[in-house]
Design a protein around this ligand. Structure first.
Ligand code: FE2
Ligand code: FE2
Length: 141
């Protein structure tokens, strides 16, 4: 498990989206730090909720742009967002439950939530978000 880094390859070319991806990376790394250090359930709950809410807000920002510009791939991309939010919520709940009960599954639950986020973060931005950014730039040129 290591830090999420945002490289130039992650830039989609839409300022608002790039800023939010950056903020998301900061929040995910914060989650990682708290997962490895805290003893307190409240801290876990706060950061997991923060990540979920911010991811939701971010996805909505993209979806508003899809509608505004009538992006042809919008349904597929929105579905990707839904799948991720479901996965993320499940992994979050699993992790919070394991942490609360202290039943020894905390380690595997935290690895799961981390990999869910990390994989999504890289794959979704590099594939789906970038495809949208490229498409939008072709429209406004
Ligand atoms: Fe995104
Ligand atoms: Fe997206």
């Amino acid at each position: 498990m290591n830090e999420i880094k945002l490289g130039s390859e992650h830039k989609v070319g839409i300022q608002e989206i790039d800023d939010q991806h950056e903020k998301l990376a900061i929040l995910l790394n914060e989650l990682y730090t708290i997962m490895s250090e805290t003893q307190y359930y409240e801290e876990i709950e706060t950061i997991v909720t923060k990540v979920i809410n911010y991811a939701q807000l971010h996805n909505r920002t993209e979806e508003k742009l899809f509608i505004k510009y009538n992006y042809p791939e919008k349904l597929k991309h929105i579905q990707e967002h839904r799948n991720f939010m479901d996965k993320m919520s499940r992994a979050g709940e699993e992790y919070m439950t394991a942490f609360k009960s202290g039943d020894g599954n905390v380690g595997s639950a935290s690895v799961k939530i981390w990999w869910t986020l990390k994989t999504w973060y890289h794959e979704h931005i590099l594939n789906d978000d970038k495809a949208f950014g490229d498409w939008l730039q072709r429209q406004v040129r």
